[in-house]
Ligand binder design. Structure first.
Ligand code: ZN
Length: 420
Protein backbone atom coordinates (compact mmCIF):
# COMPACT_ATOMS: atom_id res chain seq x y z
CA UNK A 1 0.00 0.00 0.00
CA UNK A 2 2.83 2.37 0.81
CA UNK A 3 4.50 1.54 -2.50
CA UNK A 4 1.29 2.35 -4.38
CA UNK A 5 0.97 5.66 -2.51
CA UNK A 6 4.59 6.40 -3.42
CA UNK A 7 3.90 5.75 -7.11
CA UNK A 8 0.87 8.04 -7.02
CA UNK A 9 2.47 10.78 -4.93
CA UNK A 10 4.09 12.86 -7.73
CA UNK A 11 0.95 13.23 -9.90
CA UNK A 12 -0.66 16.66 -9.86
CA UNK A 13 -4.22 15.71 -9.01
CA UNK A 14 -7.09 18.15 -8.84
CA UNK A 15 -10.88 17.87 -9.11
CA UNK A 16 -10.43 17.33 -12.86
CA UNK A 17 -7.58 16.83 -15.30
CA UNK A 18 -4.81 14.53 -16.40
CA UNK A 19 -3.39 14.02 -12.90
CA UNK A 20 -6.61 12.24 -11.95
CA UNK A 21 -6.43 10.11 -15.12
CA UNK A 22 -2.81 9.15 -14.43
CA UNK A 23 -3.75 8.23 -10.86
CA UNK A 24 -6.64 6.00 -11.96
CA UNK A 25 -4.50 4.41 -14.68
CA UNK A 26 -1.87 3.43 -12.10
CA UNK A 27 -4.51 2.12 -9.69
CA UNK A 28 -6.09 0.13 -12.52
CA UNK A 29 -2.88 -1.91 -12.70
CA UNK A 30 -3.83 -3.24 -9.25
CA UNK A 31 -7.60 -3.72 -9.51
CA UNK A 32 -9.99 -3.40 -12.49
CA UNK A 33 -11.21 0.15 -11.98
CA UNK A 34 -13.62 1.48 -14.59
CA UNK A 35 -12.87 5.08 -15.54
CA UNK A 36 -15.84 7.40 -16.14
CA UNK A 37 -15.73 10.82 -17.80
CA UNK A 38 -18.56 13.30 -17.15
CA UNK A 39 -18.56 16.33 -19.50
CA UNK A 40 -18.03 19.88 -18.30
CA UNK A 41 -21.35 21.67 -17.89
CA UNK A 42 -23.32 18.58 -16.87
CA UNK A 43 -25.87 19.66 -14.26
CA UNK A 44 -25.51 17.59 -11.09
CA UNK A 45 -28.17 18.43 -8.50
CA UNK A 46 -27.46 22.03 -7.43
CA UNK A 47 -23.98 22.01 -9.02
CA UNK A 48 -22.43 21.91 -12.49
CA UNK A 49 -19.45 19.81 -13.59
CA UNK A 50 -16.65 22.42 -13.81
CA UNK A 51 -14.21 23.16 -16.57
CA UNK A 52 -11.28 20.79 -16.76
CA UNK A 53 -7.97 22.14 -15.49
CA UNK A 54 -4.56 21.07 -16.68
CA UNK A 55 -1.20 22.51 -15.81
CA UNK A 56 2.12 21.97 -17.53
CA UNK A 57 4.58 24.44 -16.09
CA UNK A 58 4.75 27.16 -13.46
CA UNK A 59 7.52 29.22 -11.90
CA UNK A 60 8.53 32.57 -10.47
CA UNK A 61 11.87 34.14 -11.31
CA UNK A 62 13.34 36.77 -9.00
CA UNK A 63 14.95 40.14 -9.87
CA UNK A 64 18.29 38.36 -10.32
CA UNK A 65 16.74 35.96 -12.84
CA UNK A 66 17.01 33.06 -10.39
CA UNK A 67 14.09 30.73 -9.83
CA UNK A 68 12.14 31.41 -6.62
CA UNK A 69 9.77 28.46 -6.95
CA UNK A 70 9.12 25.89 -9.65
CA UNK A 71 6.07 23.61 -9.93
CA UNK A 72 8.41 20.91 -11.25
CA UNK A 73 10.00 20.65 -7.79
CA UNK A 74 6.72 20.31 -5.86
CA UNK A 75 3.19 20.53 -7.19
CA UNK A 76 1.98 22.18 -3.97
CA UNK A 77 3.82 25.31 -5.17
CA UNK A 78 0.85 26.23 -7.39
CA UNK A 79 -2.61 27.04 -6.08
CA UNK A 80 -4.88 24.34 -7.53
CA UNK A 81 -6.99 25.57 -10.49
CA UNK A 82 -4.75 28.62 -10.99
CA UNK A 83 -5.41 30.52 -14.21
CA UNK A 84 -2.64 31.03 -16.74
CA UNK A 85 -0.41 34.05 -16.25
CA UNK A 86 2.78 35.47 -17.70
CA UNK A 87 3.66 38.87 -16.26
CA UNK A 88 6.44 40.79 -14.67
CA UNK A 89 5.48 42.60 -11.50
CA UNK A 90 6.81 44.18 -8.34
CA UNK A 91 7.05 42.25 -5.10
CA UNK A 92 4.14 44.33 -3.73
CA UNK A 93 1.97 43.27 -6.69
CA UNK A 94 3.08 39.66 -6.38
CA UNK A 95 2.55 39.27 -2.63
CA UNK A 96 -1.28 38.99 -2.69
CA UNK A 97 -0.73 35.88 -4.86
CA UNK A 98 1.71 34.21 -2.46
CA UNK A 99 0.61 31.87 0.35
CA UNK A 100 2.71 30.63 3.23
CA UNK A 101 2.34 29.38 6.80
CA UNK A 102 3.94 31.80 9.30
CA UNK A 103 3.51 29.23 12.10
CA UNK A 104 5.18 26.45 10.06
CA UNK A 105 7.79 28.48 8.17
CA UNK A 106 9.52 25.49 6.54
CA UNK A 107 6.41 23.97 4.95
CA UNK A 108 4.59 24.59 1.69
CA UNK A 109 0.83 24.99 2.22
CA UNK A 110 -1.82 23.32 0.03
CA UNK A 111 -4.26 25.82 -1.48
CA UNK A 112 -6.93 25.63 -4.16
CA UNK A 113 -9.20 28.14 -5.83
CA UNK A 114 -11.78 26.00 -7.58
CA UNK A 115 -14.79 28.22 -7.78
CA UNK A 116 -13.11 31.64 -7.74
CA UNK A 117 -10.80 32.25 -10.73
CA UNK A 118 -7.41 33.37 -9.55
CA UNK A 119 -3.77 32.35 -9.63
CA UNK A 120 -1.25 31.91 -6.87
CA UNK A 121 1.86 30.24 -5.56
CA UNK A 122 2.56 28.53 -2.23
CA UNK A 123 5.96 28.53 -0.61
CA UNK A 124 7.67 28.20 2.76
CA UNK A 125 7.25 31.33 4.87
CA UNK A 126 11.01 31.45 5.47
CA UNK A 127 11.50 31.79 1.70
CA UNK A 128 8.71 34.36 1.31
CA UNK A 129 10.22 36.56 4.00
CA UNK A 130 13.60 36.53 2.28
CA UNK A 131 12.25 37.90 -1.03
CA UNK A 132 13.79 41.27 -1.87
CA UNK A 133 12.31 44.19 -3.81
CA UNK A 134 12.50 44.21 -7.57
CA UNK A 135 10.72 42.78 -10.57
CA UNK A 136 9.46 39.21 -10.57
CA UNK A 137 8.57 37.22 -13.65
CA UNK A 138 5.57 34.98 -13.06
CA UNK A 139 4.60 32.15 -15.40
CA UNK A 140 1.81 29.58 -15.21
CA UNK A 141 1.05 27.46 -18.26
CA UNK A 142 -2.39 26.12 -17.36
CA UNK A 143 -5.67 25.72 -19.20
CA UNK A 144 -9.31 25.77 -18.16
CA UNK A 145 -11.76 24.51 -20.71
CA UNK A 146 -14.47 22.14 -21.74
CA UNK A 147 -13.39 18.66 -20.76
CA UNK A 148 -14.47 16.15 -18.17
CA UNK A 149 -14.66 15.25 -14.55
CA UNK A 150 -12.91 11.91 -14.27
CA UNK A 151 -13.64 9.33 -11.61
CA UNK A 152 -13.05 5.64 -11.03
CA UNK A 153 -15.57 3.01 -10.07
CA UNK A 154 -15.15 -0.65 -9.20
CA UNK A 155 -18.15 -2.88 -8.71
CA UNK A 156 -17.62 -6.28 -7.09
CA UNK A 157 -20.76 -8.29 -7.44
CA UNK A 158 -21.95 -10.53 -4.62
CA UNK A 159 -24.70 -13.12 -4.33
CA UNK A 160 -27.15 -10.39 -3.29
CA UNK A 161 -27.85 -6.99 -4.79
CA UNK A 162 -27.50 -5.22 -1.44
CA UNK A 163 -24.41 -3.01 -1.70
CA UNK A 164 -21.72 -1.58 0.51
CA UNK A 165 -20.17 1.67 -0.73
CA UNK A 166 -16.48 2.40 -0.21
CA UNK A 167 -15.44 5.87 -1.25
CA UNK A 168 -12.16 7.79 -1.31
CA UNK A 169 -11.36 11.26 -2.57
CA UNK A 170 -8.50 11.53 -5.03
CA UNK A 171 -8.31 15.24 -5.79
CA UNK A 172 -5.30 16.30 -3.73
CA UNK A 173 -1.89 16.60 -5.40
CA UNK A 174 1.26 15.48 -3.54
CA UNK A 175 -0.33 14.84 -0.14
CA UNK A 176 0.08 11.36 1.28
CA UNK A 177 -2.22 10.86 4.25
CA UNK A 178 -5.00 13.15 3.07
CA UNK A 179 -5.95 11.07 0.12
CA UNK A 180 -3.38 8.60 -1.08
CA UNK A 181 -3.28 6.41 2.04
CA UNK A 182 -7.07 6.02 1.89
CA UNK A 183 -7.01 5.14 -1.81
CA UNK A 184 -4.22 2.58 -1.25
CA UNK A 185 -6.17 0.95 1.61
CA UNK A 186 -9.31 0.87 -0.56
CA UNK A 187 -7.42 -0.80 -3.43
CA UNK A 188 -6.22 -3.58 -1.10
CA UNK A 189 -9.68 -3.92 0.40
CA UNK A 190 -11.14 -4.34 -3.10
CA UNK A 191 -8.51 -6.93 -3.97
CA UNK A 192 -9.29 -8.86 -0.78
CA UNK A 193 -13.07 -8.74 -1.26
CA UNK A 194 -12.83 -9.83 -4.89
CA UNK A 195 -10.72 -12.84 -3.90
CA UNK A 196 -13.37 -14.43 -1.66
CA UNK A 197 -16.96 -15.58 -2.11
CA UNK A 198 -19.29 -12.89 -0.79
CA UNK A 199 -22.93 -12.33 -0.01
CA UNK A 200 -22.97 -8.55 -0.50
CA UNK A 201 -21.97 -6.47 -3.49
CA UNK A 202 -19.34 -3.74 -3.14
CA UNK A 203 -19.06 -0.47 -4.99
CA UNK A 204 -15.77 1.40 -4.76
CA UNK A 205 -15.60 5.04 -5.82
CA UNK A 206 -12.37 6.96 -6.43
CA UNK A 207 -13.66 10.49 -6.88
CA UNK A 208 -12.75 14.13 -6.44
CA UNK A 209 -14.05 15.45 -3.10
CA UNK A 210 -17.54 17.02 -2.98
CA UNK A 211 -18.13 17.56 -6.71
CA UNK A 212 -17.19 13.92 -7.39
CA UNK A 213 -19.69 12.41 -4.97
CA UNK A 214 -22.37 14.86 -6.03
CA UNK A 215 -21.70 14.00 -9.68
CA UNK A 216 -21.82 10.26 -9.01
CA UNK A 217 -25.03 10.51 -6.98
CA UNK A 218 -26.73 12.74 -9.56
CA UNK A 219 -25.83 10.46 -12.46
CA UNK A 220 -26.50 7.15 -10.64
CA UNK A 221 -29.67 7.83 -8.69
CA UNK A 222 -31.13 4.43 -9.57
CA UNK A 223 -28.25 2.71 -7.77
CA UNK A 224 -28.77 4.53 -4.46
CA UNK A 225 -31.55 2.31 -3.00
CA UNK A 226 -29.34 -0.82 -3.08
CA UNK A 227 -26.60 0.81 -1.00
CA UNK A 228 -27.31 0.04 2.65
CA UNK A 229 -23.99 0.87 4.32
CA UNK A 230 -20.82 2.66 3.41
CA UNK A 231 -17.41 3.89 4.43
CA UNK A 232 -15.40 6.88 3.36
CA UNK A 233 -11.76 5.92 3.89
CA UNK A 234 -9.48 8.87 4.42
CA UNK A 235 -6.32 9.90 6.30
CA UNK A 236 -5.70 6.17 6.67
CA UNK A 237 -1.95 6.03 7.24
CA UNK A 238 -0.69 8.35 10.01
CA UNK A 239 0.45 7.11 13.41
CA UNK A 240 -2.69 8.31 15.24
CA UNK A 241 -5.18 5.83 16.73
CA UNK A 242 -7.76 4.38 14.38
CA UNK A 243 -10.91 6.53 14.33
CA UNK A 244 -14.45 6.28 13.07
CA UNK A 245 -16.95 9.02 12.36
CA UNK A 246 -20.50 7.73 12.67
CA UNK A 247 -23.23 7.98 10.05
CA UNK A 248 -25.86 10.72 10.26
CA UNK A 249 -28.14 8.77 12.61
CA UNK A 250 -25.32 6.83 14.27
CA UNK A 251 -27.27 3.55 14.47
CA UNK A 252 -26.60 1.88 11.12
CA UNK A 253 -25.15 -1.61 10.91
CA UNK A 254 -21.80 -0.13 9.84
CA UNK A 255 -21.75 2.02 13.01
CA UNK A 256 -22.33 -0.99 15.23
CA UNK A 257 -19.87 -3.14 13.28
CA UNK A 258 -17.07 -0.56 13.50
CA UNK A 259 -17.72 0.01 17.21
CA UNK A 260 -17.56 -3.70 17.98
CA UNK A 261 -14.37 -4.11 15.92
CA UNK A 262 -12.71 -1.21 17.73
CA UNK A 263 -13.87 -2.21 21.21
CA UNK A 264 -12.76 -5.81 20.88
CA UNK A 265 -9.44 -5.04 19.19
CA UNK A 266 -7.55 -4.09 22.34
CA UNK A 267 -6.18 -1.06 20.44
CA UNK A 268 -6.62 2.60 21.25
CA UNK A 269 -9.44 4.09 19.16
CA UNK A 270 -11.79 7.04 18.78
CA UNK A 271 -15.42 7.20 17.73
CA UNK A 272 -16.82 10.59 16.74
CA UNK A 273 -20.46 11.49 16.23
CA UNK A 274 -21.54 12.64 12.78
CA UNK A 275 -21.00 16.29 11.94
CA UNK A 276 -21.70 17.90 8.57
CA UNK A 277 -18.08 18.70 7.76
CA UNK A 278 -15.32 16.44 6.53
CA UNK A 279 -15.28 14.43 3.31
CA UNK A 280 -17.91 12.88 1.03
CA UNK A 281 -19.87 11.33 3.91
CA UNK A 282 -21.54 14.77 3.95
CA UNK A 283 -23.06 14.14 0.54
CA UNK A 284 -23.96 10.47 1.09
CA UNK A 285 -25.65 11.32 4.42
CA UNK A 286 -27.57 14.32 3.04
CA UNK A 287 -31.32 14.12 3.73
CA UNK A 288 -32.32 13.33 0.13
CA UNK A 289 -29.71 10.59 -0.27
CA UNK A 290 -29.68 9.05 3.20
CA UNK A 291 -27.07 6.36 2.63
CA UNK A 292 -25.59 5.58 6.04
CA UNK A 293 -21.91 6.18 5.34
CA UNK A 294 -19.39 6.43 8.16
CA UNK A 295 -15.80 7.50 7.84
CA UNK A 296 -12.80 5.36 8.73
CA UNK A 297 -9.58 7.22 9.38
CA UNK A 298 -6.71 7.63 11.76
CA UNK A 299 -6.18 11.33 12.58
CA UNK A 300 -9.07 13.57 11.62
CA UNK A 301 -8.62 16.23 8.91
CA UNK A 302 -7.42 19.55 10.26
CA UNK A 303 -6.26 18.12 13.60
CA UNK A 304 -2.68 17.20 12.73
CA UNK A 305 0.01 19.81 12.01
CA UNK A 306 1.03 18.09 8.76
CA UNK A 307 -2.54 18.47 7.36
CA UNK A 308 -2.65 20.26 3.99
CA UNK A 309 1.09 20.97 4.00
CA UNK A 310 4.18 19.53 2.34
CA UNK A 311 4.81 17.64 5.62
CA UNK A 312 1.94 15.29 4.70
CA UNK A 313 4.47 13.30 2.72
CA UNK A 314 5.42 9.65 2.27
CA UNK A 315 7.30 9.58 5.59
CA UNK A 316 4.15 10.68 7.41
CA UNK A 317 2.22 7.55 6.37
CA UNK A 318 3.26 4.27 7.98
CA UNK A 319 2.89 0.86 6.28
CA UNK A 320 1.84 -0.82 9.55
CA UNK A 321 -0.84 1.82 10.22
CA UNK A 322 -2.25 1.32 6.73
CA UNK A 323 -2.34 -2.42 7.36
CA UNK A 324 -4.15 -1.78 10.65
CA UNK A 325 -6.72 0.46 8.92
CA UNK A 326 -7.24 -2.24 6.28
CA UNK A 327 -7.71 -4.92 8.94
CA UNK A 328 -10.28 -2.84 10.81
CA UNK A 329 -12.22 -2.24 7.59
CA UNK A 330 -12.04 -5.93 6.69
CA UNK A 331 -13.26 -6.95 10.16
CA UNK A 332 -16.22 -4.56 9.95
CA UNK A 333 -17.12 -5.90 6.52
CA UNK A 334 -16.99 -9.44 7.91
CA UNK A 335 -19.76 -8.37 10.30
CA UNK A 336 -21.86 -6.96 7.43
CA UNK A 337 -21.29 -10.14 5.40
CA UNK A 338 -22.09 -12.72 8.06
CA UNK A 339 -24.44 -11.13 10.56
CA UNK A 340 -27.54 -13.33 10.87
CA UNK A 341 -30.03 -14.68 13.39
CA UNK A 342 -29.86 -18.30 14.45
CA UNK A 343 -32.15 -20.60 16.44
CA UNK A 344 -30.91 -23.02 19.10
CA UNK A 345 -32.26 -26.46 18.17
CA UNK A 346 -31.58 -27.94 21.64
CA UNK A 347 -32.91 -25.14 23.84
CA UNK A 348 -34.00 -27.28 26.82
CA UNK A 349 -31.08 -26.60 29.11
CA UNK A 350 -27.60 -26.55 27.61
CA UNK A 351 -26.76 -29.32 25.15
CA UNK A 352 -23.95 -31.61 26.30
CA UNK A 353 -21.18 -30.15 24.11
CA UNK A 354 -18.81 -33.11 24.55
CA UNK A 355 -21.28 -35.31 22.70
CA UNK A 356 -20.83 -33.14 19.60
CA UNK A 357 -17.05 -32.81 19.76
CA UNK A 358 -17.44 -29.19 20.80
CA UNK A 359 -15.95 -29.38 24.26
CA UNK A 360 -12.34 -28.45 24.92
CA UNK A 361 -11.06 -27.17 21.62
CA UNK A 362 -13.65 -27.77 18.93
CA UNK A 363 -13.13 -29.40 15.60
CA UNK A 364 -11.02 -27.98 12.82
CA UNK A 365 -11.38 -24.34 13.84
CA UNK A 366 -8.41 -22.08 14.30
CA UNK A 367 -7.62 -22.22 18.02
CA UNK A 368 -7.43 -18.42 18.34
CA UNK A 369 -11.00 -18.09 17.05
CA UNK A 370 -12.47 -20.91 19.13
CA UNK A 371 -14.02 -20.15 22.48
CA UNK A 372 -16.27 -22.34 24.63
CA UNK A 373 -17.71 -19.21 26.20
CA UNK A 374 -18.68 -18.02 22.71
CA UNK A 375 -20.52 -21.34 22.17
CA UNK A 376 -22.44 -20.76 25.39
CA UNK A 377 -23.30 -17.18 24.44
CA UNK A 378 -24.56 -18.22 21.00
CA UNK A 379 -26.61 -21.11 22.41
CA UNK A 380 -28.07 -18.96 25.16
CA UNK A 381 -29.00 -15.98 22.99
CA UNK A 382 -30.14 -17.77 19.83
CA UNK A 383 -33.89 -17.77 20.26
CA UNK A 384 -34.24 -16.24 16.80
CA UNK A 385 -34.68 -12.69 18.09
CA UNK A 386 -31.02 -11.67 18.27
CA UNK A 387 -28.39 -11.60 15.56
CA UNK A 388 -24.73 -12.49 15.94
CA UNK A 389 -23.71 -8.84 16.18
CA UNK A 390 -26.02 -8.31 19.16
CA UNK A 391 -24.61 -11.43 20.78
CA UNK A 392 -21.03 -10.28 20.20
CA UNK A 393 -21.90 -6.83 21.61
CA UNK A 394 -23.44 -8.33 24.71
CA UNK A 395 -20.61 -10.84 25.18
CA UNK A 396 -17.97 -8.19 24.47
CA UNK A 397 -16.27 -10.66 22.16
CA UNK A 398 -14.83 -10.24 18.66
CA UNK A 399 -17.39 -11.02 15.96
CA UNK A 400 -15.07 -13.67 14.52
CA UNK A 401 -15.29 -15.71 17.74
CA UNK A 402 -19.08 -15.54 17.84
CA UNK A 403 -19.28 -16.39 14.12
CA UNK A 404 -16.89 -19.33 14.55
CA UNK A 405 -19.02 -20.58 17.44
CA UNK A 406 -22.22 -20.28 15.39
CA UNK A 407 -20.67 -22.19 12.49
CA UNK A 408 -19.41 -24.96 14.80
CA UNK A 409 -22.86 -25.28 16.38
CA UNK A 410 -24.53 -25.26 12.98
CA UNK A 411 -22.23 -28.05 11.74
CA UNK A 412 -23.01 -30.04 14.87
CA UNK A 413 -26.73 -29.69 14.17
CA UNK A 414 -27.36 -27.59 17.27
CA UNK A 415 -28.18 -24.34 15.49
CA UNK A 416 -30.19 -23.28 12.44
CA UNK A 417 -29.80 -20.04 10.52
CA UNK A 418 -32.97 -17.96 10.21
CA UNK A 419 -33.64 -16.82 6.66
CA UNK A 420 -34.04 -13.11 5.94
ZN1 ZN B 1 -7.87 17.61 2.23
Amino acid sequence: MHALAADLFPFCRSITGDGVRATLARMSEEVPIEVHEVPTGTPVFDWTVPEEWNIREAWIKGPDGMEVVNFANHNLHVVGYSTAVHETMSLAELKPHLYSLPDQPELIPYRTSYYNRNWGFCLPHRQLEALGDGDYEVFIDATHGDGHLTYGELFIEGAECEEVLISCHGCHPSLANDNLAGAAVAVELARHLASEPRRLSYRFLFIPGTIGSITWLATNEEKIPNIRNGLVITCAGDAGPVSYKQTRDGNALIDRAMKLVFETSGDEFRIMEFHPYGYDERQFNSPGIKIPVGSLMRSQHGTFPEYHTSADNLDFIKPDRMVDTLEKATAAIEVLEHNARYVNLKPMGEPRLGKYGLYGGGGGQRKSDFSELALLWVLNQSDGSKDLLEIAERAGMPFRKILTAARSLEEAGLLRKEEG
